[in-house]
Design a protein around this ligand. Sequence first.
Ligand code: CP
Length: 308
Amino acid sequence: MRHLIDPMDLSVQEIDHLLEVADDIIANPVKYRDVCKYKKLATLFFEPSTRTRLSFEAAMMELGGNVLGFSSANSSSAAKGESVADTIRTVGCYADIIAMRHPKEGAPTVAVQYANVPIINAGDGGHNHPTQTLTDLLTIHREKGRLNNLTVGFCGDLKFGRTVHSLIKALTRYENITFIMISPEELEIPEYIKKDVFEKNGIPFRQVRTMEEVMPELDVLYMTRVQRERFFNEADYIRLKDTYILDMDKLTTAKKDLSILHPLPRVNEISVKVDDDPRACYFRQALNGKYIRMALIMELLGVSADEN
Ligand code: CP
């Protein structure tokens, strides 16, 4: 039985396969509409979500399966003190596969120890968000036609942004990626990413304080929101929240084929005027999230369209 907890749980070959399946789903959706008939996905969200939960549920529905679950800890017995272990044991009686989001880093790793069905980490605290990473890789591949030879700028809250941590880990396995980290000092990438991911693998990275100074170099600009829910101090959040706002002026020096990604939700860090620019990929990215999750659900359940 396979689980997906960390983006590194998948080999590059397995990721390539998932991207190919997602591309095929986009091209031939009818082929996949009964692949998960009679299967059930449980979405256990102990933390808020729009895209991840709803795209998982839409993915299972488009595969012909059914969904059940909860969208907040308060509407589950976690509010009465039930442990993750007991929740997983129980939900494993009702569902064939579980996608869970939890505010505590490592909660999905605990879940795996008690699971009798595949577990997908749909985000754990400030740690990992592997299905967002698959979404991002599919988006970059569809927009740029490649996952190597790219200069990627990560901008915003690089300290708490789990999507950034997961995508960095995944991209280190591709050839000739130039990593540029754009953040205030307080929101730099964590030390463990610097040491265990970049330095351990001999991968150089640059840290800068403004997006303007690197804009002309970038093939991909990955914008992020400052993660209010992870701050201990509201005053620090207020001081840092509007450090970076991408607008049309800042894009004047950007490449014509720049791809602007954002895992969303957006708060204030991308002007809505940018949305109409063809370089804005973030709503296409949200759509891609459904297709890659369809591919992942099939893979973890061991089903394929060829069996139909
Ligand atoms: N990208 C993402 O995880 O969005 P949600 O928090 O809405 O799921």
